[in-house]
Design a protein around this ligand. Sequence first.
Ligand code: MLT
Length: 266
Amino acid sequence: MPIWKINGETFQVVQRGAGDPLLLVHGFPLNQSMWNAQIDHFAETHQVIAPDLRGFGGSVVTPGTVTMEQYADDLASLLDVLEVRQPVVFCGLSMGGYVAWQFWRKHRDRLSALILCDTRAVADTDEVRQGRLEMAQRVVREGAEFVADGMLPKLVGPGAVNSQAEVVEAIRQMILTTDPETIAAAQRGMAQRPDVTGTLGKIAVSTLVLVGQHDTISPPDEMRQIAAAIPDSRFVEILDTGHMAPMENAPAVNAAMAEFLSELKT
Ligand code: MLT
């Protein structure tokens, strides 16, 4: 897989297809391969760019804390290195959505539209923040297995453990192969992320808000409110899926994204 140097640091990026750029930004603690079905589908019509964020997959590990702003700045630098001058459609899932808010805040001239999958606009409660900091400490000591065991049931919809064994196993492998320092750094970064609810009304690009019907991490009602606050937005609920809707029902997610992308052209 192609490796790129950004400011002397190594990033792994999948780049396929030609046409308008579509940037696919993965969730936590995953990597670009969560988008395999979208990469295959949209490489037919778009220039698809699917990076491993800092520390994830094959990209440079940065211990300590990595903020959502840092990930967003990395992506802007990546677009420079790839010489992508045209504004991109930024599609982010969950933590990828937290990064999208920061990309919009700092690099909005590089943004043509947003696709927000299974993500949140609010900051953490004190309890959630505390849980993140505890996981950050523990994962460096013990490795990622307890993270996979704890997170997997929340990432997929009910029944997926039996009916979608391949998807569940792929997610498990992504978590187990993520560097513990990266899991810790991202958790500390997410714990610091700001509440962006008050800025949603200022987002001036077309936005697709997409959520799995049974997502308990970023529930449909909460995402419906995000869509209601963004002026030019539409909301799509993907039936019978959880937080990982793009993996659990790729055909439905691809169809919703394709419809949105085709409307951008009209
Ligand atoms: C994700 O899927 O990226 C995470 O669930 C986000 C989070 O921990 O808030």
